[in-house]
Ligand binder design. Structure first.
Ligand SMILES: Nc1ncnc2c1ncn2[C@@H]1O[C@H](COP(=O)(O)OP(=O)(O)O)[C@@H](O)[C@H]1O
Ligand SMILES: C=C(OP(=O)(O)O)C(=O)O
Ligand SMILES: [Ca+2]
Ligand SMILES: [Mn+2]
Length: 667
């Protein structure tokens, strides 16, 4: 019989022995309380060291060892039964108090470490010792804010389940949560403070994701968020890092109201060691996530009750009116798109993995094109699924976790993602069986954008630390729902830049209301929503790096074949994986190629494991006239989109700019 661990395969259990193991009940009556020597026990039961239920409970939890001893009577409050983690204590609390301080009143919040419901003896936390005129004292200054600092996943589970509606443990141990009314990002509600510096540095105007607000409006929203957070019994504070490149690591602090948000960022950012946390000091960037609380439309620049505001000068981000956790991750990505190019480092909206021989591939693409799915490859080391940096020395992941789509997730097609959905993983907006807690990944009742956020080490072949050498292949992913782009084509540098700047994908608008026209999306650098500078700045850096490293560009269509959405079908994931394998191995480089009309793309005649009929898209279409019309239509959309860039020079090289302009469709 399997499972009992006996080497000879036998299982034995003596009922008599088990009965004897029970401590005997003493029935003796007497005035004196029984001592351990009075209690009759046999040699299999050990003496108990507790006399009361409270004592028993106090034995259950061992205090986490702080890396430095906390001062006796030093004023830092540590909960005895509330969640605790080893940190620097006093300096951390003072730093958090400074983060949470109102900018309009003279006294900051009083902060205490630990859960407000814990039985901890609460003593005072030292505040900035200013003597405040009585008229400036407000009730909010008299109140304590409990700080739950860098809790562990287990502690965050307990917080979520106790206090946040819609939090459940699924059958595989993940934490199912609801993100509330917003189940995706709100790009129209993004605001960036336009000041003297950012006015000239950032990309503003048509096509730009940066919608302006002024410093004053930012401060109004900041105060709103901080007052909201301080009005709560407790706030969660995460101190973590971005970027696995140690030279260019950024310290981030996330202050939030929900355990869901804290666990999400615990998984998505880089987790500090206890020693690093102790020496964390002042963060480089702080998020105030008050997403449960709306912004006020009477505030200048506000057009809805949602606002995601970035102030680069203050190094702060404020979130009001959306609880979708992805705002925090992608908001920080935007900040990196500003900070990194200043250091001559290129930030990339791409997945990244590495083969056994150290060959690195980047996977660019808009949402839903396959960055996460294709970078998670059992035969390769995962460096990251979404946000990277490319510096003088190679690539590094910005994050410490992955954020995978779960809709229609299957164990067969995506085993590593499937297996990563376990204890510690945040599962957003999925539907599950109320009794078994088994998740139905096909259910879109809450949203189609169901997600799993897990630490990168949950993928068995992740590369820790998440860094690698210079990329050999740069793969541009497009999910072409028109079905006219080839499943794979090899690009020269000018074509790579043309398609990088275009940032094309086409998805289907609404799958529910029957067959609809695919909608083309062009998003510069495959991530216009997150870039801060003009797209040509990133493009020039990419061209320079690809040229210097001799990297090859590829365009891979992970969308439709044999017709547009409705008549054709999505290219099988198994075929796309074969195509990607052939790129990684280098075998696709030695294939014979032919050039397509209009787009001028080089397509291979053969790819191992892929039916050759589908490699030239026209072959897969029955109606050749419809194919040609659709192709021309898409070419027109590309041309219109690129018009805004025709007046821009890419880098120093005037020749490259001309070549890029010529690398688009010809018709
Ligand atoms: N041929 C294909 N190539 C890549 N992904 C595919 C393919 N067919 C279906 N899919 C599905 O499309 C989705 C791709 O999404 P994802 O990898 O999360 O994109 P991104 O990370 O770029 O936002 C996944 O749900 C995946 O299962
Ligand atoms: C989290 C996101 O990334 P992606 O869809 O590319 O995985 C997003 O765009 O909100
Ligand atoms: Ca994205
Ligand atoms: Mn992704």
């Amino acid at each position: 019989m399997a499972g009992n661990g006996n080497s000879d395969g036998e299982f034995s259990f003596s009922a008599a022995a088990a009965r004897d193991a029970l401590a005997r009940i003493t029935t003796e009556k007497g005035t004196k309380a029984p001592t351990s020597t009075d209690v009759c026990h046999d040699d299999t039961a050990s003496p108990v060291s507790f006399q009361t239920i409270d004592e028993l409970h106090s034995l259950q939890k061992k205090r986490s060892a702080p890396t430095t001893p906390l001062k006796e009577g030093g004023g830092v409050v540590i909960g005895t039964s509330g969640p605790t983690t080893p940190v620097s204590g006093e300096s951390m609390l003072q730093s958090v108090s400074a983060s949470l301080a109102s900018l309009t009143r003279e006294t900051g919040p009083k902060v205490i470490r630990g859960d407000p419901t814990s039985a901890a003896k609460v003593s005072h936390v030292p505040q900035t010792p200013t003597s405040v005129p009585a008229t400036d004292i407000s009730d909010s200054a008299l109140k304590f804010t409990h700080v739950l600092h860098n809790l562990s996943p287990a502690e965050l589970y307990e917080q979520a389940i106790k206090y946040e509606q819609g939090s459940f443990i699924t059958s595989t141990g993940a934490l199912a949560t609801l993100s509330g009314a917003k189940t995706g990002r709100s790009p129209k509600d993004k605001r960036v403070v336009k000041d003297e510096t950012t006015a000239s540095e950032l990309w503003w105007g048509k096509g730009s994701p940066n919608i302006e607000m002024d410093e004053q409006a930012f401060l109004v929203n900041r105060e709103r968020a901080v007052d909201y957070l301080n009005s709560l019994d407790k706030v969660f504070v995460n101190d973590q890092y971005l970027n696995w490149d140690p030279e260019n690591r950024i310290k981030v602090r996330i202050v939030s109201a929900r355990a869901y948000h804290s666990l999400f960022m615990h998984n998505m950012c880089i987790r500090p060691t206890p020693e690093e946390l102790e020496n964390f000091g002042t963060p480089d960037f702080t998020i105030f996530n008050a997403g449960k609380f709306p912004c006020n439309r009477y505030t200048h620049y506000m057009t809805s009750s949602t606002s995601v505001d970035i102030n680069l000068a203050r190094r702060e981000m404020v979130i009001l009116g959306t609880q979708y956790a992805g705002e925090m991750k992608k908001g920080l990505f935007g900040v990196m798109h500003y900070l990194m190019p200043k250091r001559k480092i290129l930030s990339l909206h791409s997945g990244c993995n590495m083969g056994k021989d150290g060959d690195v591939a980047l996977f660019f693409g808009l949402s839903g094109t396959g960055k996460t799915t294709l970078s998670t490859d059992h035969n390769r080391y995962l460096i990251g699924d979404d946000e990277h940096c490319w510096s003088e020395t190679g690539v590094s992941n910005i994050e410490g976790g992955c954020y995978a789509k779960c809709i229609d997730l299957s164990r067969e097609k995506e085993p590593d993602i499937w297996n990563a959905i376990k204890f510690g993983t945040v599962l957003e907006n999925v539907v599950f069986d109320e009794h078994t807690r088994e998740v139905d990944y096909t259910d879109k009742s809450v949203t189609e954008n169901t997600r799993a956020a897990y630490p990168i080490e949950y993928i068995p072949n992740s590369k820790i630390p998440c860094v690698g050498p210079h990329p050999k292949n740069v793969i541009l992913l497009a999910c072409d729902a028109f079905g006219v782009l080839p499943p794979v084509s090899k690009l020269d540098l000018a074509q790579t830049m043309y398609h990088f700047i275009s940032g094309y994908t086409a998805l289907v608008a609404g799958t529910e209301e029957g067959v609809k026209e695919p909608r083309a999306t062009f998003s510069a650098c495959f991530g216009a929503a997150f870039i801060m500078l003009h797209p040509t700045k990133y493009a020039a850096m990419l061209a320079e790096k690809m040229q210097a490293q001799g990297a090859t560009g590829w365009l891979v269509n992970t969308g439709w074949s044999g017709g547009s959405y409705g008549s054709g079908s999505r290219i099988k994931l198994a075929y796309t994986r074969k195509i990607i394998d052939a790129i990684h191995s280098g075998s696709l480089l030695s294939a014979t190629y032919q050039k397509t009309e209009i787009f001028g793309l080089e397509i291979p005649n053969e790819v191992e494991g892929v039916p050759s009929e589908i490699l030239e898209p026209m072959n897969a279409w029955e109606d050749k006239v419809a194919y040609k019309e659709t192709l021309l239509k898409l070419a027109g959309l590309f041309r219109n989109n690129f018009e805004t860039f025709t007046s821009h020079k890419i880098g120093e090289d005037g020749k490259l700019t001309e070549e890029i302009l010529a690398a688009g469709p010809n018709f």
